[in-house]
Design a protein around this ligand. Structure first.
Ligand SMILES: NC(=O)c1ccc[n+]([C@@H]2O[C@H](COP(=O)([O-])OP(=O)(O)OC[C@H]3O[C@@H](n4cnc5c(N)ncnc54)[C@H](O)[C@@H]3O)[C@@H](O)[C@H]2O)c1
Length: 328
């Protein structure tokens, strides 16, 4: 049975990726520090869900602590082949990274360094790393290519992710590990992040709450459905050498479009409180996925209307306990 390590397994994407591999019969080792960056009750819900499968093994570990992490590797992978490491643990949230930059750099940069170095020591066959469209900053290009400008980040979050990419480049140069750096574009779906607009807006539609809208709502995002992201991550695991890939829908829509879609699906009319946009926010994101198609044959399958419908259905089924989840 193949053994894989998924960091940030109680997080949104880590939870879905863990489920994907458990369904395929893998032995999944999940770690997470279960921090309170957003309401930890949803992390506990995801974790309990995963623990129902006997092939899921969870430990509370902080990847920014070299000590904790090396003890964890020794305990679990000294006598077991480690096939792949998926590094999804990170300080997340663009605006929040302004409040506590140190924590973002510790997890996103030092955490990545600790992990890739242990992945090398334990001869993991591949290291798959979550990066972000935020590294493109306020790019003016119609769609963002891997080779586009990424040295002008607008937030500590983006800067820390760029730094993690750069250190992985050096690691590849030195040790020739198989490393895939995946730049995700605004991911959404069931059991999503309570600090992101699809979750917040859907909850508000169900509970007749007001929403805050930063800026005009004309800002566009390349919203990408979670199942497409998980398929992309799993395909990237098989790549050899160092690779950078965009995983995005390649069809950006405005935040106003997202609101209209949620209104239509829910039959509600979201009440909006307008707030000024913040300096961390980019105006537009759009993934150029030509290289992704070429390298792993990946294309997104779920458009925003279908993705929001599926997400809304999950919120309705889970509405009782979700009512208690705080939005930030
Ligand atoms: N969701 C998106 O739209 C999106 C977009 C671009 C990139 N990403 C990246 O994808 C990855 C997963 O994102 P997500 O949306 O699932 O976020 P998330 O916040 O839901 O998940 C991250 C998980 O990592 C854990 N974590 C944070 N610091 C840690 C540490 N030092 N040690 C151990 N665990 C730690 C958190 O507790 C959390 O459960 C992140 O690296 C994120 O930067 C996400």
């Amino acid at each position: 049975m193949k053994n894989i390590l998924i960091t940030g397994s109680a997080g949104f994407i880590g939870f879905h990726l863990s489920n994907f591999y458990l369904k395929k019969g893998y032995n999944v080792f999940g770690i997470d520090n279960l921090n309170n960056n957003y309401d930890p009750r949803i992390k506990k819900w995801r974790n309990l869900n995963l623990l129902e499968n006997k092939n899921f093994h969870f430990d509370k570990v902080d990847i920014s602590s070299p000590n904790q992490l090396s003890k964890y590797f020794e305990k679990n992978f000294k006598r077991r082949k480690l096939n792949a490491v998926f590094n999804l643990a990170a300080g997340t949230g663009v605006r929040k990274s302004t409040l506590n930059p140190k924590r973002y750099y510790e997890s996103n940069v030092m955490g990545t360094l600790n992990l890739v170095s242990l992945a090398k020591t334990y001869s993991a066959s591949s290291f798959v790393h979550a990066s972000t469209s935020s590294v493109y900053g306020n790019s003016k290009e119609k769609d963002f290519m891997i080779g586009s400008e990424t040295s002008k980040p607008l937030s500590n979050y983006a800067a820390s992710k760029k730094a993690s990419e750069v250190l992985l480049h050096a690691y590849y140069n030195l040790y020739k590990q198989n490393i895939s750096i995946l730049r995700f574009f605004t991911v959404y779906g069931p059991a999503g992040r309570p600090d992101m607009s699809p979750f917040i807006f859907i909850q508000a539609a169900i509970n007749s709450n007001k929403i805050n809208l930063f800026g005009t709502g004309n800002q566009k995002r390349d919203f990408t459905y979670i199942d497409d992201i998980v398929k992309g991550i799993s395909k990237a695991k098989n790549l050899k050498g160092l690779n950078y890939l965009n995983l995005g829908n390649n069809n950006p829509v405005s935040v106003n479009y997202l609101i209209d879609t949620i209104n239509q699906i829910s039959g509600s009319h979201l009440k909006i409180d307008k707030k000024p946009s913040t300096p961390e926010d980019v105006f537009y994101t759009s993934a150029n996925i030509r290289m992704t198609k070429k390298l792993i044959g990946w294309e997104p399958k779920i458009n925003i209307d279908e993705g929001i419908s599926k997400t809304f259905a999950w919120h309705k089924v889970n509405m009782r306990w979700l009512k208690k989840i705080q939005n930030s």
